[in-house]
Design a binder for this molecule. Structure first.
Ligand SMILES: [Zn+2]
Length: 151
């Protein structure tokens, strides 16, 4: 029941901030619900950026952001040593996050971002709902120009 490809673990071990317990738990829940997805999927047109959990056909990107590295308003801490360096580093991370979201949205993707402190079942539930909406061909989010499907 390991959905990831062999290369993924090696790749992710170099990105410890990404391989959070929440992400693994979310993937397990989605897999158990019968959803099939790609992990560490390359962001189209943005070299070296990855989507944590991607549904390429439905164009749904799930990004789970570590509270520290991505500046969660509830849990971000600001190291006292080298404070200026850290401030810039974290601001750069957050700017990258916004850029990635905007890029994907412009390319027609639905971007679902969660803090790692959000319970896994909540994240999985939101992802399942988005995938369901996409499969029904209905309106998935604000700004979607397709007509909503009414029963
Ligand atoms: Zn947090």
């Amino acid at each position: 029941m390991k959905p990831s490809s062999p290369g993924v673990s090696a790749r992710m071990s170099r990105q410890p901030s990404k391989d959070t317990g929440v992400e693994l738990a979310v993937r397990r829940l989605l897999h158990a619900a019968g959803l099939r997805y790609r992990v560490e999927y390359p962001v189209p047109g943005m070299p070296r950026r990855r989507i944590d959990v991607a549904f390429p056909k439905a164009k749904i990107a799930v990004l789970i952001d570590g509270c520290f590295w991505h500046g969660c308003p509830r849990h971000a801490t600001h190291p006292k040593a080298n404070a200026e360096w850290w401030r810039r580093k974290l601001e750069r991370n957050m700017a990258r996050d916004r850029e990635t979201t905007e890029h994907l949205t412009a390319a027609g993707w639905t971007v679902l971002r969660f803090w790692e402190h959000v319970p896994a079942d909540e994240v999985a539930g939101a992802v399942r709902a988005a995938v369901d909406r996409e499969r029904r061909g209905g309106e998935s989010r604000e700004g979607n120009t397709r007509a909503p499907e009414r029963p």
